[in-house]
Ligand binder design. Structure first.
Ligand SMILES: NC(=O)c1ccc[n+]([C@@H]2O[C@H](COP(=O)([O-])OP(=O)(O)OC[C@H]3O[C@@H](n4cnc5c(N)ncnc54)[C@H](OP(=O)(O)O)[C@@H]3O)[C@@H](O)[C@H]2O)c1
Length: 310
């Protein structure tokens, strides 16, 4: 059941990014009357996912104290409330899997999320042990998506993942990387049609995936998750102190975060982008990028060209 953004949530969120928008932040959205996030189907099943998810690297690697976990609990609570689904983790992210499992257990919303985690080790048994550990930490008997992190020992783990999928221990299997230099290898695996998902780096400034990987995923029925959509925050530093262009409103863009995310999710090869955040205001802002009008091909070109001038 998809949740809707309330006017109050959006006003609260946008108030932090643009005073002008405080006047009537939903003016443009109300023209389309859309308050449910854009969804894309996972090609392997037809199951739909909202186009904005949540990353957890660094942000969710915190200790057991209630104080340091409080804002992350708020993030996961709001994520569910606003209809977000995909939460991406990894054993590489320190305590993130445990924190996500603990907090979603406390919030009793564990089963509302589409959990994606990873195997990040070498060796068959080490991989099995690590994946069982992830299930325990994240409070699940079955993982929605298990990915091979940075292609580490991928040929070994892919065999296990196929077994686990046939046994029903994982619903989908995938591969990930975060560098352009890995795109050719990712593409080769995508073309073998052995995986349901590929996770890769792509942003408005870092567009190597457009050359062929995104099309290969689309043509071969592989769902696409985009990591580092803000280049680990570098994109915000590039536009610091700059106003959005007036025409951004034509695409219902109300913040720089939405500018960067709408560029990504308006590409129909993309299933879901996973911005990382530990800040509930940022989460609301990011989820808002799944709403309203999206740029077309000409709009996307204009967005790139404009960013090059700021
Ligand atoms: N190989 C792999 O599998 C791989 C590699 C890299 C990343 N990933 C996944 O991709 C996720 C995303 O990548 P990332 O976290 O490295 O980088 P990112 O999403 O590009 O950027 C995160 C940074 O942007 C800030 N931010 C988020 N929303 C914002 C907003 N609305 N306004 C202003 N600042 C905002 C965050 O700070 P705040 O916390 O203050 O919001 C954080 O500093 C990771 O968390 C991880 O799950 C996977």
């Amino acid at each position: 059941m998809e949740q809707q953004f309330s006017r109050r949530e959006i006003v609260k969120s946008i108030g932090f990014t643009s005073c002008a928008m405080l006047l009537d932040p939903l003016t443009s959205l109300s023209q389309t009357n859309q308050k449910i996030m854009l969804q894309r189907a996972i090609p392997a099943s037809g199951e739909k996912l909202p186009v904005i998810g949540l990353g957890s690297w660094q942000q969710f690697d915190v200790g057991p104290g209630a104080a340091e976990r409080a804002q992350l609990k708020e993030v996961l609570g709001k994520m569910e409330e606003l209809g977000g689904k995909l939460v991406d983790a990894s054993p590489m992210y320190g305590r993130a899997e445990q924190v996500i499992g603990d907090l979603s257990g406390e919030l009793k919303n564990n089963d509302k999320f589409f959990f994606a985690t990873k195997v990040w080790t070498t060796g068959k048994q080490q991989g099995i042990d690590q994946m069982n550990d992830s299930l325990k930490k994240m409070g699940r008997k079955k993982m929605d998506l298990m990915q091979i992190h940075n292609l580490q020992d991928w040929e070994t783990h892919l065999k296990t993942l196929k077994d686990w999928k046939s046994q029903g221990k994982v619903r989908y299997i995938g591969i990930t990387h975060y560098t352009d230099s890995a795109h050719a290898r990712l593409e080769q695996i995508v073309k073998s049609r052995e995986v349901d998902f590929v996770q890769l780096n792509y942003s408005i400034r870092s567009r190597n995936a457009e050359k062929s990987l995104l099309n290969a995923a689309k043509d071969n029925g592989v769902a696409v998750i985009i990591n580092e959509p803000f280049e680990q925050g570098a994109l915000f530093r590039a536009v610091k102190g700059k106003e959005l262009p007036a025409w951004a409103a034509d695409y219902d863009i109300q913040s720089w975060a939405q500018y960067f995310l709408k560029f990504i999710v308006s590409n129909d090869a993309v299933t879901c982008a996973i911005p990382g955040t530990s800040d509930v205001k940022h989460l609301i802002d990011n989820l808002g990028a799944g709403l309203g009008r999206m740029p077309d091909a000409a709009g996307r070109k204009k967005m790139i060209a404009h960013l090059e001038t700021v």
